[in-house]
Design a protein around this ligand. Structure first.
Ligand code: XIL
Length: 733
């Protein structure tokens, strides 16, 4: 028997505490289709690779599953592949090409002409003297022809010229000792020798060698206002002059704060005016505020990434990909710069990629992959009202009729604000600073109806939202929000009916050595003198339901967010139940530590409940103090307590209820006569099959059992409000 309870408990834990189970078990975020398959109707998904990436079987497996475009990170750069006149390093360059050929993966050829990692020998003669531009062009042409001819069978696009434009923030520059307005062009050796003609020449040579490949001008910081315009002007000028530029490569070395959607779209829309092909060629998201492609950056201290930083990164990836999908008419490829954080040119501590330093997929990968095309287009209905739980006069948070929630937080100096509430699988809703410096944001989709706890994470610190009231959950007072539910009337205040009241009872508990508290619902009319059967005036005595909260909660949870008193008033007023008392005590659930749930016996609470609280209740209130007028029910961990205590002490309680709190099996009870009624319920997003099976088994074994599967809800209070409403109607009959 003991062993069975123990395993039953373990099973119950897995189903009733899903987050707990998640914490213990590593999640495989790469399970599911590859990115390339998820995006097959949008654009190809690429990755920049190094030598190890294409040799190590575990890494090649990731490449083959996720990507259908490959860029050689360094091996094809002029300085690497062609370091001296007549000297070619084809070794690694060929290996990468062959890996792609063998696996049917197409490549982006990166890059034919760049100021960095360039074949600088092209600028000087054998004596080290500068050559004329005609000599340089001859050499560049030979270089481009050789590389393109060697690989064009496997290449679909070439980064012909890389990073030829100047960065923002340099309105003036010194040329020959004089301060002059800054040139739009980077002052590279190429530019100094040839002016912008070298750009045109490089594209012409590439077109000669590959008449069909897509020829790209590639650069970083395309989302900066000045650089965007410089790139636009240059490409436009070139195209007007007949230079064969097919598309623009936006490198995409961004960070978790920048760019926002608007800034990114500005660049895409601007480039759309002159090209119909855009590639996002080098995507990675630093976890600091740096961005761009210049070879200056903080590699960061060796430190693990704080969870809120991960959430910011996931959110930024989600936002950027949403914009990319929106512009899939021009965006034909998105390439990650490096396979994993371990490979990243930014250093492992920038954590910039969807695969971590051990090549394990991060939640970012799942979030990028499992997008919802319907949600992409969805605009929340504009019928916002303040959350009913707001503090007086507070406009935010707000909810709309579809179940979206939106938030507004004033924190002028903050770097990031995250609301813990959001769709499943996301770390919450990340707010963005609006034009007035106020943080705002809307949940990505509709929330489940009913009550939700939440909090704010501001720069990594946890705070409550000053807009709304606080509710005890997660072992602390949390902010709360109420999403309108289709059946919300059953827990709504009604002015036209009598109301009971809730009293606080404080009592000394010897076993815990502390004062303890219970809240006691007394129905309207409690204590009144009424005529009894023999005509004498007497006070009515009532049955009692002991109703337990879950982990992290306390004796306030049922009366406040559970709305137990309102539900009781409404049931009594509608004649659905005969009045009874509800006792909502603290269930000692919060000293329990994660990882020790297998050892949880509820023995302490059993002592407190039966030996200490019940005598107080039976003494202070007009109860019917016997088993057939006493019920025990609880939600989640309170359900575990209920199950353990009712099975150990069947002589005390005649009605038993588990609300998202596991199930009874007939052979655990053994005798249908010990219990008059068993209730089991949960949300349809929890474990409905378990409940349905258990109820059927109990019924088949002769028990009076009833189940409730709450529609559209999970492990949350609307499930339990509905359970109480249903269960109460069958108690004490
Ligand atoms: C980087 C490589 O990832 C590094 O390994 C190398 O040391 C420097 O270059 N813009 C580009 C890429 O176009 O070629 C750069 O790659 C990153 C910035």
């Amino acid at each position: 028997m003991k062993k069975r309870i123990f395993t039953g408990l373990m099973l119950a834990c897995m189903s009733i505490l899903p987050t707990l189970a998640q914490w213990g078990r590593p999640v495989d975020y790469s399970a599911g289709p590859g990115l390339k398959d998820a995006y097959k109707n949008y654009f190809t998904i690429g990755v920049a690779v190094n030598k190890t990436n294409i040799s190590d079987p575990a890494q090649t497996a990731i490449i083959k599953k996720q990507f259908n475009s490959v860029t050689a990170e360094n091996a094809w750069k002029p300085g690497e592949i062609h370091p001296k006149e007549g000297v070619w390093n084809f070794g690694l360059a060929d290996s990468i090409a062959n890996f792609c050929r063998e696996n049917g993966i197409k490549m982006r050829g990166h890059c034919l002409c760049w100021h960095s990692q360039f074949a600088d020998w092209m600028f000087t003669d054998k004596k080290g003297k500068p050559v004329k531009k005609e000599v340089f062009y001859e050499r560049l042409r030979e270089h481009i022809h050789t590389v393109v001819n060697r690989y064009k069978d496997v290449v679909y696009a070439w980064d012909v010229v890389n990073e030829a434009m100047a960065d923002d923030g340099r309105p003036f520059e010194f040329v020959d000792g004089k301060m002059v307005p800054a040139s739009p062009y980077r002052q590279s050796r190429h530019f100094k020798l040839c002016g912008d003609e070298f750009i045109a020449k490089a594209f012409e040579f590439a077109r000669e060698a590959d008449p069909t490949g897509v020829l790209i001008y590639n650069d970083y910081s395309c989302v900066d206002n000045g650089k965007r315009e410089r790139i636009y002007n240059m490409v436009k000028k070139m195209k007007d002059a007949g230079v064969p530029i097919d598309g623009i490569g936006m490198q995409g070395h961004y960070n978790i704060y920048f760019p926002d959607e608007e800034q990114l779209e500005k660049a895409i829309n601007r480039f759309k005016e002159i090209v119909n092909i855009i590639h996002i060629t080098e995507l990675d998201l630093r976890t600091n505020t740096e961005s761009g492609g210049q070879l200056r950056f903080a590699r960061g201290e060796a430190k693990p990434q704080a969870p809120y930083i991960g959430t910011l990164q996931e959110d930024q990836y989600a936002r950027l990909f949403k914009v990319f999908r929106k512009h899939a008419d021009v965006i034909k490829n998105v390439t990650f710069w490096n396979l994993s954080d371990k490979d990243s040119w930014l250093g492992v501590n920038n954590h910039p990629l969807p695969f971590d330093e051990n090549f394990k997929a991060k939640r970012s990968l799942q979030i990028i992959r499992d997008f919802d095309p319907v949600a992409d287009k969805r605009v929340p209905k504009d019928d916002w009202v303040p959350n009913p739980m707001n503090q007086p006069g507070q406009e935010y948070p707000q909810v709309n009729s579809e179940g979206f929630a939106r938030f507004r937080v004033v924190a002028p100096e903050a770097k990031s604000v995250i609301v813990s509430l959001g769709l499943g699988g996301r770390g919450g809703t990340v707010l963005r600073k609006d034009k007035d410096g106020v943080w705002t944001g809307t949940t990505e989709g509709p929330m489940d109806p009913g009550f939700h706890y939440y909090h704010l994470t501001i720069d990594g610190g946890v705070f409550n939202d000053p807009g709304t009231h606080n509710y005890f959950g997660s072992c602390r007072w949390e902010s709360g929000i109420e999403i309108p539910a289709p059946d919300q009337d059953f827990y709504a205040w009604r002015k036209d009916i009598p109301h009971g009241n809730i009293q606080q009872v404080n009592f000394w508990s010897e076993s815990t050595g502390k004062m303890q508290t219970a809240n006691v619902y007394l129905p309207s009319g409690y204590g009144k003198l009424v005529k009894g059967k023999n005509g004498k005036l007497e006070q009515t005595r009532y049955p009692v339901l002991y109703l337990q909260h879950g982990w992290g909660e306390n004796e306030t949870s049922w009366p406040v967010q559970g709305k137990a008193g309102i539900i009781m008033d409404n049931l009594i007023a509608d004649g659905k139940i005969k009045p009874f008392i509800v006792v909502m005590a603290y269930g000692l659930t919060n000293d329990f530590k994660f990882g020790t749930i297998g050892k949880f016996t509820a023995e302490e609470f059993e002592k407190l409940l039966i030996d200490e609280l019940m005598p107080v209740i039976d003494k202070q209130f007009l109860t019917k103090p016997d088993k057939w007028n006493r019920a025990l029910a609880g939600l989640s961990m309170g359900g575990m307590e209920t199950k353990l205590i009712t099975l150990r002490r069947p002589e005390v309680f005649g009605y038993w209820g588990l609300l998202s709190g596991g199930q009874y099996a007939p052979d655990e009870i053994k005798d249908p006569k010990v219990v008059k009624y068993i209730f089991e319920g949960c949300g349809d997003k929890e474990n409905p099959d378990g409940i349905n099976k258990s109820v059927a088994d109990l019924k088949a074994a002769g028990y009076n059992a009833e189940g409730l599967i709450s529609e559209g809800t999970a492990h949350e209070f609307l499930t339990w409000r509905r359970c109480l409403y249903q269960m109460a109607q069958s108690l004490f009959k």
